[in-house]
Design a binder for this molecule. Structure first.
Ligand code: F6P
Length: 370
């Protein structure tokens, strides 16, 4: 029987759902029954720490175990229960213009004897995969990011688990907020898109939700909060995406510098807002940054299921020779699209459709009046 080797890696920020995708890609590739049907026997190599796992240099001190991990059904059997990624991840960009190492990556793919590669990542990781595909590497992609800001797919792994974290943490804050009759500003992730804050806020019932797609007025936020108190609220929860900003202002930066893909490190809008709210309303206000808690923890049922489907679909693409494509979830179905159609584009919240710009919250009408 013909033999082939598949490499699999996870890149960019981790999230829940990566391990289920790895597990199901391995199980599908190495499935004995499918082997007979396909006439190919697949082997799967885990590549450690994102693209950096393919950037090893030959030399006497090279220990390949630092870069790769052979996988099989027994090894990955329990992985779908765990958050993060058992393969490790990094924000390494082999096409970094300051030090382009894409040649090294392609040479190492050959040295490892990889016939195909599965890259699990967001726009950055799949951007690298897409360039490699253009350079002739047989690669397919699986979308992940708690920001859910990728186009051509209605779901990216990690999103639902992150929503659950937001909901649980806000539930916890509610008791202390109520006891002290305080306002809590809760900062979520979400660099460019407000999906996480919006759907997180809808899930936990936040009083105000602020997203990057709609610059907010501090006066309006104060007005809404005073209105809420007058109407009998004990406390209020304000959810704000890290990328949200006041009208006429700039994004808030947590740390100077950029990562390997040129992204600024955002953060601080929650703290700013809490101070401004106190100034304008006189009501006690505290802020909490949920930060990487949203990426942690065991995958929820939906991420386990989607990880499974995406992992299986990625192997199907390879078996069918459909390279350069990303698996996707569209209108309730698993499908795929060319990676090139996804890269460099962002899925934004359509504020006409999904956001109430007066109340700074989710929409109050599902079926609009004609
Ligand atoms: O992957 C996207 C994201 O979740 C962003 O919302 C956030 O800005 C970023 O990750 C932070 O990642 P890190 O601190 O791991 O670089």
């Amino acid at each position: 029987m013909a033999k082939a080797k598949i490499g699999i890696l996870t890149g960019g920020g981790d999230c829940a759902g990566l391990n289920p995708a790895i597990k199901w890609a391995v199980k599908t590739a190495m499935d004995r029954r499918l082997e007979t049907e396909r006439g190919v026997q697949y082997e799967v190599l885990g590549i450690k720490n994102g693209w950096s796992g393919l950037m090893f240099e030959a030399g006497s001190d090279l220990n390949l175990d630092d870069y790769i991990m052979p996988l099989d059904e027994q090894k990955v059997r329990t992985w779908d229960r765990y958050g993060g990624t058992m393969l490790g991840t990094s924000r390494t960009n082999p096409y970094n213009p300051k030090n382009n190492q894409s040649r090294l990556v392609m040479d190492n793919i050959q040295k490892l004897g990889l016939d195909a590669l599965i890259a699990i990542g967001g726009d950055d990781t799949l951007g690298v995969a897409c360039k490699l595909a253009q350079d002739g590497v047989k690669v397919v992609g699986i979308p992940k990011t708690i920001d859910k800001d990728m186009v051509e797919t209605d779901y990216t792994l990690g999103f639902e688990t992150a929503l659950n974290v937001i909901t649980e943490e806000v539930d916890r804050l509610r008791t202390t907020a109520g006891s002290h009759r305080r306002i809590f500003v809760v900062e979520t992730m979400g660099r460019h898109s407000g999906w996480l804050a919006l759907e997180g806020g809808e899930s936990c019932g936040a009083y105000i939700i602020l997203i990057p797609e709609c610059d907010f007025s501090i006066e309006r936020v104060g007005e809404l909060l005073l209105e809420g108190r007058k109407a009998g609220n004990l406390y209020e929860i304000v959810l704000v995406a890290e990328g949200a900003k006041p009208a006429g202002g700039e994004e808030f930066i947590r740390q100077e510098g950029v990562d390997g893909f040129g992204h600024k490190m955002l953060g601080g809008v929650g703290e700013f807002l809490a101070r401004e709210i106190y100034k304008s309303t006189g009501m006690e206000t505290r802020s909490v940054v949920l930060s990487h808690l949203q990426r942690g923890g065991a995958p929820c049922a939906f991420d386990r299921r989607m990880g499974r489907y995406f992992g299986i679909a990625a192997v199907d693409l390879i078996v069918n020779g459909d390279f350069g494509r990303m698996v996707a979830y569209r209108n309730g179905e698993i499908t795929s699209c060319p990676m090139a159609r996804v890269i460099g584009r962002t899925s934004y919240v359509d504020i006409q459709k999904h956001y109430d710009v007066e109340r700074y919250n989710g929409r109050r009408a599902i079926f609009r009046n004609k």
